[in-house]
Each structure stands twice: as structure tokens, then as C-alpha cells.
Design a protein around this ligand. Structure first.
Ligand SMILES: C[C@H](O)[C@H](O)[C@@H](O)C(=O)CO
Ligand SMILES: [Mn+2]
Length: 412
């Protein structure tokens, strides 16, 4: 179906496809750098605990250095319509030096900023509290040893400074997301002590004020991780309380809750109490497996809540998946485009009609409308969006993905 015909079909429902396309074109999605190299990073020191996260698979083409990762990202950006952001982790520094985590400085990341400026992309940032000898006890900011806590506090403090400078340089606030793997494999007897230490460390780390136009703090909770099955110190309740008290963003990772929980439902529940939300859009399969996101019910529901509640302006959409069994660039492209497709579908819903039906307790109409509109030609609107943004779709996209993968397949 042509776009012109599709526009008319949507108009019959009172939906303006032009407005939806325009809104979608202003929503940046933050691509996570760690999908490109299986969460390895570019530090010269290696070989320590991974904090319970690990990519599985050995598909050829893993980016081995910043140059390769940037080339892969440039390709992915060319396949993804709309404004771009890159979510960097501190272990992806670009330098010949070998600073420890408590020694990193802005200059170690400056090449990323230069590159982002060239690309017209924003940057987000994350301290790296894993893959380091001082994280091998599965305790960092909550460690009982004050020297280890001090080390990680200094790392986190520096990361906030680096993120703030990135945001200032690029004229777009960098979200600096704090996730620590801290927890216990078996039942601890002093959960309270560990949580108090985490709270104190976070307070020390977040003491310096930074301009929110440059940097926004976020905290990310988790239900459990491999190796910390009995207790995660930074649980949802912990960080929900912390984000409210400190006024930070709250990060909701779709893989960090019990599988029966509905992350979409949480948005309107937490939004009144925190200044904003960071999403890690992911696909847990039985656990926090970080599969590439599909255009599935969970992602559609998330996008629908973002649009329907008006929370888009207060939400930063980031991705968090990593799959090393398929082309890493294709994973980025397909996952990101799925998030955008979900947002487009949400933007193309007849919201006024649905809200009126619900307000009138006419749940029959609400059901009929939600099911009937599923037959509308969303694909034609998506194809039009891609064409206007000069990115391929359909078979042309597949050909480009295959050609790029063939180019990187001989990386050692
Ligand atoms: C690499 C990220 O910091 C990490 O995936 C974190 O966001 C997470 O979700 C850990 O399970
Ligand atoms: Mn996450």
C-alpha cells in the first residue's frame, strides 16, 4: 500500500500520520556500545569478574578497538532513522595509557566526543563497576572494606565529571547511569549493613553538583544476577527510594524484574515521584538474558505507555541487550528499529477515541478499537519514515546488513 493510501486509512480513525512521523523523528534512542564487542571494553587490564553479565556466542566480527567499534556504529547509524545517541561505558576509553578506574579523566574519552560531534550524536555514560579485581567479591560500593569503597567512589565521581564534560561539549545532557553488581550468592545475615554502605557510597559519589543541562544521574536496580542469587543490594525498592530522595533518574531495565512483572505498568507508577526515567529496553528469556529486542507485546506495551501517559519528554530511551551469536551490527539495527517501530505504532493510535471510551466506562469500544486498529497499514508509514530519513527498509536493509557483516567477518 502506498503511503498516501495509508495516511487516508489512519485519517479515518482521526490519526494524523504526519504528526506521528514528525514526533518519531525527534526521539533519540541511545545505542549501547557494549553490543558491539560483547561487553569486553578497551582497557589494557583484563581478566576479572564480569559482574554476572556475559555475552555468549562467537559470531565473527567483534569490534576489537575503538576504531572498529566506531566504524560499526557509523554503519548502524546509517541504517537507523532519527536522531542518534551512543551509550558509552567507562571501560571503553580510547587512549594508549592504562589508567586504573580511579584514574580515568575526560581526555581518555575525548576521541569519542570528537567522533560524536562529527556524527551529530549525543553521548550517555556509565561508570564500570565490574570486570575488575576490586569487584571480584561481587561487592563494590557496598564492600565492607572502606579502601575498596573509596576506590569505587572515586571511579564514580570521575565518571560524573567526564559525563558532565561530554554533555557540555556536545550541548546535550549525558545520562550517567549507575549500576553496581553488588550482592550475595547465599543468604546474608546483614543485608541492612550492605544497603547502608551502598547508600553512603552513593551519597559520597553524588556529592558534587553538576549542571543538569550537562549531566543527569540515573540509578539502575536489579532483581538478581548470576553469582548473586540470594540478595542484590541495589534492589528496586532500594533505588526507587534513593532516586526519590536524591532526585535522580530511575533506570528501569526490562530484564531486572521478576518475569511476570510488567515494566510498562511501572512507568506511570514511578513517574510522579522521580524527575525522569531511563529505560534499558531488553528482552529477558527466563532470566536477564539480554536478548535482542523484538517488536513483541512487552516492547509495544512500553511504547504505548510512554506515548499514552505523555512521559516521552521525561524518559530517556536506552537499549541493553547483547548477542554474540548473530551479526552484532544487525543486532543493534534490528533492536533499535524495533523500539522505533513500537513508538511509531503507539503514536499512530487513536488516543482521543480510546480515552473517551475508557472515561465513559465503555470498555467494549476500547477493546474493539484496540483490536481493529491492529489491521491498519503501520508498515507503509514506517517505510515512508525510513525513506524520508534516507535509510533502507525491507530487502534493501537485509542486503546492506549482509554486506557489512561480510566486510567485518575476518576480524580475528
Ligand atoms: C553493561 C550495563 O551496564 C549492564 O548491562 C547493566 O545495565 C545491566 O543491566 C546489568 O544487568
Ligand atoms: Mn541494564
Amino acid at each position: 500500500m502506498s503511503y498516501a493510501d495509508a495516511r487516508e486509512r489512519f485519517a479515518e480513525w482521526g490519526v494524523d500520520t504526519e504528526a506521528a512521523i514528525a514526533r518519531l523523528g525527534r526521539i533519540p534512542i541511545s545505542l549501547h556500545c557494549w553490543q558491539g564487542d560483547d561487553v569486553v571494553g578497551f582497557e589494557r587490564r583484563r581478566g576479572h569478574s564480569g559482574g554476572g553479565i556475559q555475552a555468549t556466542g562467537n559470531h565473527p566480527g567483534r569490534a576489537r578497538n575503538p576504531r572498529e567499534l566506531r566504524a560499526d556504529l557509523e554503519f548502524a547509524f546509517a541504517m537507523i532513522p532519527g536522531p542518534h545517541r551512543l551509550n558509552l561505558h567507562a571501560m571503553y576509553l580510547d587512549t594508549d595509557e592504562a589508567p586504573d578506574r580511579d584514574e580515568i579523566e575526560y581526555r581518555h574519552f575525548a576521541p569519542w566526543v570528537d567522533w560524536a560531534r562529527e556524527q551529530g550524536a549525543g553521548l550517555d555514560f556509565n561508570p564500570t563497576f565490574f570486570a575488575h579485581e576490586k569487584a571480584d567479591d561481587n561487592l563494590t560500593l557496598a564492600h565492607p572494606d572502606p579502601a575498596i569503597r573509596a576506590f569505587w567512589i572515586e571511579h564514580g565521581r570521575r565518571c560524573r565529571e567526564i559525563a558532565a564534560r561530554m554533555g557540555q561539549e556536545l550541548g546535550s545532557a549525558a545520562v550517567n547511569n549507575i549500576w553496581v553488581p553488588d550482592g550475595f550468592k547465599d543468604n546474608p545475615v546483614d543485608r541492612m549493613g550492605a544497603r547502608r554502605r551502598l547508600e553512603e557510597s552513593l551519597d559520597a559519589m553524588l556529592q558534587a553538583r553538576h549542571d543538569p543541562a550537562h549531566m543527569l544521574d540515573a540509578v539502575e536496580s536489579k532483581l538478581f544476577g548470576i553469582g548473586v542469587e540470594a540478595c542484590t543490594i541495589g534492589s528496586h525498592e532500594f533505588y526507587m527510594g534513593y532516586a526519590i530522595r536524591r532526585g535522580t533518574l530511575l533506570c528501569l531495565d526490562m530484564g531486572h524484574f521478576h518475569p511476570t512483572e510488567n515494566v510498562a505498568d511501572k512507568l506511570s507508577a514511578v513517574a510522579p515521584f522521580v524527575p525522569g526515567i531511563l529505560l534499558h529496553v531488553s528482552r529477558p528469556m527466563r532470566w536477564d538474558s539480554d536478548h535482542v529486542i523484538l517488536l513483541n507485546d512487552e516492547v509495544l506495551a512500553l511504547a504505548q505507555e510512554l506515548v499514552g501517559t505523555g512521559l516521552l519528554d521525561r524518559t530517556h530511551v536506552g537499549l541493553d541487550f547483547f548477542d554474540a551469536t548473530i551479526s552484532r551490527t544487525a543486532a543493534w539495527v534490528i533492536g533499535t528499529r524495533n523500539m522505533q517501530k513500537a513508538l511509531l505504532r503507539a503514536l499512530l493510535l487513536p488516543w482521543d477515541r480510546l480515552r473517551a471510551a475508557e472515561a465513559a466506562f465503555d470498555f467494549t469500544t476500547r477493546l474493539v478499537v484496540t483490536e481493529e486498529v491492529k489491521d491498519l497499514p503501520f508498515g507503509a508509514v514506517w517505510a515512508e519514515f525510513c525513506a524520508r530519513e534516507d535509510v533502507p527498509s525491507g530487502p534493501a536493509l537485509m542486503a546492506d546488513l549482509d554486506a557489512y557483516q561480510a566486510r567485518v567477518a575476518d576480524r580475528g
